[in-house]
Design a protein around this ligand. Structure first.
Ligand SMILES: [Zn+2]
Ligand SMILES: [Zn+2]
Length: 330
């Protein structure tokens, strides 16, 4: 309590000093004898006090450095569109953008810029239903995710810089980064950095999933339990050739129809246990893709990785699979 009233006291004191300075300034402006430089010089202490006012809004003790004040503010308002000028006020420094980059890249806090959010939105990787409307976000606005701090951030930061500077395509950089972080949550912001902000990174990630068969999941494309804005390569293994090139819309429609669970055993991602061989949900083509089986709702079923392996091991055809899934196994 003492801390709180101290901070309120500080704010009132600063505000009074500022008011005095501004009153002096208006006296000066109304007296015709003062010149422009005198007016400017009189305003300088007012600028400093205004800044002090902003940096004292967050209670002392909760946050000390500019970077910590920015973090405290973002944590207080997660999943909201935060304007850069708000961060200018609470940080009290003009170079607040560098602090945001440090929070994100070196310390692993999930701060997304408007630029990244909009790119994800465009590629259908953003669950608009659960957040406020982000379609008009400006590049210098920010969105703080609730996924928490990623403690391995420093290692990843080093890795991403190594990969980023390689002389390979953006898609290869993304894939290498995913494979070295299999099973870990990666934010769009990290991928954007890795791609040196190449505009197409979100599309390249989608191609890795849909055309090359890498199981890269997001909340909207296969794993509804993931927080919005996060990507995970679930397994370091490409899908069989015949299972590739499934459109995201179809993929999600199949998963929804099957309640995000295996048609043979009913297993779903929420049941995942380390000792269980079932770790992923996959889509199986009833008529194999190689045999011109279509990528549509009727030709695809949701199946866990264990039962998917079983189907292929026994080279089951469409009729056999449909008959086999009639008897549920738990
Ligand atoms: Zn199964
Ligand atoms: Zn299959």
């Amino acid at each position: 309590m003492a801390k709180k009233s101290q901070s309120a006291f500080d704010l009132i004191k600063i505000k009074e000093d500022l008011t005095d300075l501004l009153n002096n300034f208006s006296t000066l402006v109304s007296s015709e004898s003062s010149d422009i430089r005198e007016r400017v010089l009189t305003l300088i202490p007012a600028f400093h006090l205004l800044r002090k006012l902003g940096t004292n809004i967050i209670p002392r003790g909760a946050a000390l450095s500019a970077r910590e004040r920015i973090l405290a503010y973002l944590q207080r308002y997660p999943e909201r569109i935060i304007d850069s000028e708000e961060l200018l006020v609470v940080s009290g420094i003009t170079d607040y953008q560098r602090r945001i980059r440090e929070l994100r890249s070196e310390m692993g806090w999930p701060v997304l810029s408007g630029k990244t959010v909009r790119m994800m939105l465009k590629e259908g990787e953003w669950d608009s239903a659960t957040t406020e409307d982000v379609s008009g976000m400006k590049p210098d606005q920010y969105f703080f995710l609730t996924s928490g701090q990623d403690k391995e951030a420093a290692y990843r930061w080093k890795l991403s810089n190594e990969i980023r500077n390689k002389d390979i395509s953006v898609k290869d950089k993304l894939l290498e980064y995913f494979r070295k972080n299999t099973g870990r949550k990666i934010t769009g912001e990290e991928l954007s950095y890795l791609a040196k902000d190449a505009k197409e990174w979100a599309r390249r990630v989608r191609e890795l999933r849909t055309e090359e068969g890498w199981p890269i999941k997001t909340k909207n494309t296969g794993n509804p339990e993931l927080p919005v804005g996060v990507y995970v390569l679930e397994e370091d293994k490409q899908a069989e050739k015949h299972d590739r090139k499934i459109d995201d819309i179809i993929r999600v429609a199949v998963l929804e129809r099957d309640d995000y669970s295996c048609r043979k055993c009913g297993w779903s991602l929420s049941m995942r246990r380390p000792e269980d061989p079932r770790q992923f949900l996959e889509l199986h083509h009833l008529d194999y893709h190689a045999d011109k089986g279509a990528n549509d709702l009727d030709n695809l079923i949701t199946i866990c990785n264990m039962h998917h392996d079983y189907i292929h091991k026994h080279k089951m055809n469409k009729a056999e699979v449909l008959n086999w899934v009639k008897t549920r196994e738990d």
